[in-house]
Design a protein around this ligand. Structure first.
Ligand code: MN
Length: 198
């Protein structure tokens, strides 16, 4: 009898080619099928035969350190990243989310600028997030695998700024990836649902 895996690779919310031309099928195939799947395999290998085997991912990302944290957080972050995009994304947020963004950033464009500046300016590998901290929305950057839950913030949306997220399609032009992401892929409905769940 084999041991149950602690974590699974969730299905992509859309086909691998659905984000093209902004993110190519090749990038998604590699990013999801190799990087994301690799983190899943690493977590299961690291917990096998330990008391953490079978622990929920949501527990691992807030209770572990070192390699197990890095890999479990990367599993969580990538699942959240795929859901932060939609093939018919972009445009403007609506309803309660729009009001909260206007409150936090002055305007939707104010948010776009702060988010893009953080994503383009983040040094090295990491993630940029729209987060809720108490009643306020904020833009937050985290390094490597780090995530808002370790900083008492609730993530609403994220963009992956590791080079593997954009290098095949944009080479070193991270700002082009970030602009295309915000203009065409951002999934406002996902962020709105995360905000409504608070
Ligand atoms: Mn990634």
């Amino acid at each position: 009898m084999s041991n149950p895996a602690t974590v699974h690779l969730p299905p992509l919310p859309y086909p691998e080619d659905a984000l093209a031309p902004h993110i190519s099928a090749d990038t998604v195939a590699l990013h999801y099928g190799k990087h994301h799947a690799g983190y899943v395999a690493n977590v299961n290998r690291l917990v096998a035969g330990t008391p953490r085997e079978g622990a929920p991912l949501e527990d691992l990302i807030v209770t572990t350190t070192g390699g197990l944290f890095n890999n479990s957080a990367q599993v969580w972050n990538h699942t959240f990243y795929w859901r932060s995009m939609h093939p018919e994304g972009g445009g403007d947020p609506g309803g309660h989310l729009r009001a909260a963004i206007e409150d936090g950033f002055g305007s939707v464009d104010g948010f776009r600028k702060q988010f893009a500046d953080a994503a383009c300016g983040h040094f090295g590998s990491g993630w940029v997030w729209l987060v809720a901290g108490g009643d306020d929305l904020e833009v937050m950057a985290t390094a490597n695998a780090d995530l808002p839950q370790r900083h008492d913030r609730t993530p609403l949306l994220t963009i992956d700024v590791w080079e593997h997220a954009y290098y095949l399609d944009y080479r070193n032009a991270r700002p082009a990836y970030v602009d295309r992401w915000i203009d065409n892929l951002v999934n406002w409905d996902f962020a709105a649902a995360n905000l409504a769940a608070l």
